[in-house]
Design a protein around this ligand. Structure first.
Ligand code: SAM
Length: 313
């Protein structure tokens, strides 16, 4: 048993159908459907559930591009129907696929939305797909039991939209969370783009009151008499929540990481090929050495900057 570790995030692929400037370097659109490593993902899930994982989030890249995602969700639910299955998506393909994922057993989806301005969407993502995102959000609300919106506010890019985004979420009756812009290979030298969650909150015209939070979730939720929804603030840079961390992360090439901001990892697919005992030992070792020291920018440790498109945000 890996005691506190309950939550596995799997980056199924590092392809995406958007090219958000702050997430991945400019490159050709690559929305080919991928089926790589399906058996390895199944075996990894089986082992890590045996060791205590109770919640699995599929991310990427863009997880909806992974051809066998419905089968993988079904596999998780067949392994144990009580495992919570979640996904983080840009929603571009969800108009077509939300029902398929829901039918397979997807319990929740977090949808990334950084702007409500169509032109700005094009300049942030490099793609003319704003309407697909909006349609995908609406279709997800119809079929997937729990939908939340996630926004990364970046100074000089979309920091004037927090209020409009909350109003948008409120109309749809879905919670929205603001995630602090974290340092990566792409943005570490541009820290003036970073805005703290406290600054965002202070700029908003609501009488926020904190609600009781599950201590292991990263978001701190607030409510307001003017809103029907909760607004969450995920502040990994300004207020480290490492002490409560219950996560590990698997990348599409099989590397298991204890933390987004630690370079320590091993290849779980290779370890599983040597046998469950070998893999179990390596998982125990990784978890025992898991670091709880915040984001690199805060600690001044610049040795390892994650790439979200590979590690999964
Ligand atoms: N393609 C999916 C999506 O767009 O939600 C899943 C993968 S994407 C890497 C997951 C999330 O990571 C997105 O919400 C994105 O905004 C966020 N992200 C990327 N780079 C980030 C950074 N430097 N700081 C904070 N969040 C970041």
């Amino acid at each position: 048993m890996i005691n506190r570790i309950k939550y596995l995030r799997i980056s199924l692929l590092n392809s995406c159908n958007l090219n958000c400037f702050y997430c991945r370097p400019p490159q050709q659109e690559n929305d080919t459907y991928v089926t790589k490593n399906y058996d390895n993902f199944q075996n990894s899930i089986k082992l890590l559930h045996t060791l205590g994982v109770e919640k699995i989030r599929f991310t990427g890249g863009e997880p909806t591009l992974y051809k066998q995602l419905p089968e993988l969700i079904q596999f998780v639910k067949k392994t144990n129907p009580d495992i919570h299955t979640a996904m983080t998506s840009n929603a571009i393909l969800l108009k077509k696929k939300a029902k398929t994922f829901a039918d397979a057993g997807l319990d929740s989806v977090n949808i990334s939305i950084d702007t409500l301005d169509e032109n700005r969407f094009c300049s942030v993502t490099g793609r003319n797909k704003y309407k697909d995102m909006i349609d995908g959000i609406k279709e997800s609300i119809k079929y997937i039991p729990k939908v939340k919106l996630n926004t990364v506010l970046i100074r000089g890019t979309n920091d004037d939209e927090a209020h409009d985004l909350i109003q948008f979420a409120n109309k749809l009756k879905v919670d929205i969370r603001f995630i602090e812009f974290m340092p990566t290979k792409l943005n570490s030298e541009n820290s003036d783009q970073y805005i703290s969650g406290d600054e965002i909150k202070a700029s908003l015209p609501y009488d926020f009151k904190p609600i009781k939070n599950d201590p292991s979730t990263a978001a701190r939720y607030e409510t307001s008499s003017d809103l029907d929804i909760n607004v969450g603030f995920i502040n990994p840079v300004s207020h480290s929540f490492c002490a409560m961390c219950n996560r590990i992360r698997l990348t599409s090439d099989g590397r298991l990481y204890g933390c987004l901001f630690s370079g320590e990892s091993f290849n779980l697919f290779d370890a599983l090929a040597k046998g469950y005992d070998v893999a179990t030992n390596e998982v125990h070792q990784l978890v025992a050495n898991k670091q709880y020291k915040g984001c690199s920018r805060k600690t001044g440790d610049s040795a390892f900057f994650p790439s979200f498109v590979n590690m999964g945000g």
